[in-house]
Design a protein around this ligand. Sequence first.
Ligand code: ADP
Ligand code: MG
Length: 556
Amino acid sequence: EPKTEKMGFETEVSRLLHMMVHSVYSDREIFLRELISNASDACDKLRYEALTNPGLKTGKDFGIAITVDKAAKTITVADNGVGMNREELIANLGTIARSGTANFVNELTGDSKKDVQLIGQFGVGFYSVFMVADSVVVTTKKAGDTTAWRWTSTGEGTYEIGEAEKASEGTNIVLNIKDDADEFLEQYRLKNIVTTYSDHIAVPITLAIKGGDEADKEAEEAKVVNNGSAIWARPKSDITDEQYAEFYKHVGHAFDEPAHRLHYKVEGMQEYTVLLFIPTAKPMDLFDPARKNRVKLYVKRVFISDEGTDLLPGWLRFMRGVVDSQDLPLNVSREMLQNNPVVARMSKAITNKVLGELETLATKETEKFEKIWTEFGAVIKEGIYEDFARRDQLLKLARFKSTNGDGWTSLADYVARMKDKQSKIYYITGLDEKNLRRSPQIEGFKSRGLEVLILPDAVDDFWLQGAPDFEGKPFASVTRGSSDLDDIAESDTAEKKDKAPEGEVTTLITLMKEVLGDKVSDVRASSRLTETASCLVASDTGMDMAMERLLKAHNQ
Ligand code: ADP
Ligand code: MG
């Protein structure tokens, strides 16, 4: 018997597992989806690695086998994918590698009812097995290695790891099913779970039931239970919304429903299939500095890569899905994908298509579009300064909050509402919509019926620098200098205030300048305030105030 080592889970994992073990989550069946999803990823990874590493070539058919032993009360999920070595086992099943899961743990409250709701929102991948299993044994051998490893745990604080016997590469996961979870030992139940969640998985999934009674005899022999063809290659009319949604969850490692999908095929000069989704909720890594695009690239149905493929620009990084190319060579390495002209051409065309789709939604399905914009507008706006060629198109697409009501407005609609003598598009930036709306700096604008855009995203200060105007109308910050309000009369509805005599105002200003000294560069009377007595503004030539704050926050 080879020696085993006892190791402690990372603290966060322990917290997570504690909640899994004691979970009262009603959708426990998702553990199988998670195991199948991982097994499928493992097959994809090995298939790809074998393309460029002939030492690995086995020519074998990939597959996932689910075997139930009713007598022993176990479920085994086995794959012949890439497997894991010792370090990978420790890193993947002992720590929290994914930013999404890390966020999940941070949100845990200790109140099991509240926490249980989080499972559905975040998903927890592999660790979900402890909702249905007392103990779990993972035996795995990495492709190309000679040593296999066994990982065992009851999900309470520690796990054991040691050398093991395993002839073939890949991973076996044995779940010792809890007494209250024996429904998952039934053929009917498992078959149903697989077809509900994993029908789209592109490798065959077999199911076999052993150790049962007479009724299970015909199920002893392993039978394929999923459709098994790549979903994006199937005709649209054959795919249900539910199947699309399940695929989205698998491909995007997501737990929300897709807000929108785009499925099409391109033929001619270039040949490729696209199946992309816009999530409902922000993916966890949305504001990671790496800004990685997560769309998976396949070549003739073989998985190639899901990071750094440059298939979509950074400002569309919230999208999930696959692009399957017929033109790239099968043995394309991940390095070759950078600056690859075929990828560049696809990326350009796909980006245009996505933009076109968003434009259509904006006009034809406004409500849906505005939901998407609410989640991802701040990211899309990065394109205004990053993607010069698409700047005008993105400015047209963008929606903003303004003093004209609570809803979203386009710049075109803003311009249509501009007053006769108004030549500029006024805006205020800052980090909180509510505060901005109360800002004294916009009073004079409001009283003249001048609309002010409320820009609460950090990115707003950046795109404004790269976009001086919209269709000839310059953007102008209301926190800046002596704005040209005097030309425009206060609207009749606004209460006319008695003007103080000129002399008194001059005296007051002189006095204030004396008191404030070099804390300010100037003090002057302004027509921009109606309710508030005074406010701070940046000078015409100085930096916009919010920009100054942003840079200060970054220690510049
Ligand atoms: P995710 O799949 O989102 O990364 P999981 O918790 O489901 O998160 O899995 C964690 C990691 O463990 C995976 O990213 C993978 O590296 C590894 N893993 C899990 N199951 C397998 C498997 N069957 N074969 C190889 N690696 C696996
Ligand atoms: Mg997973």
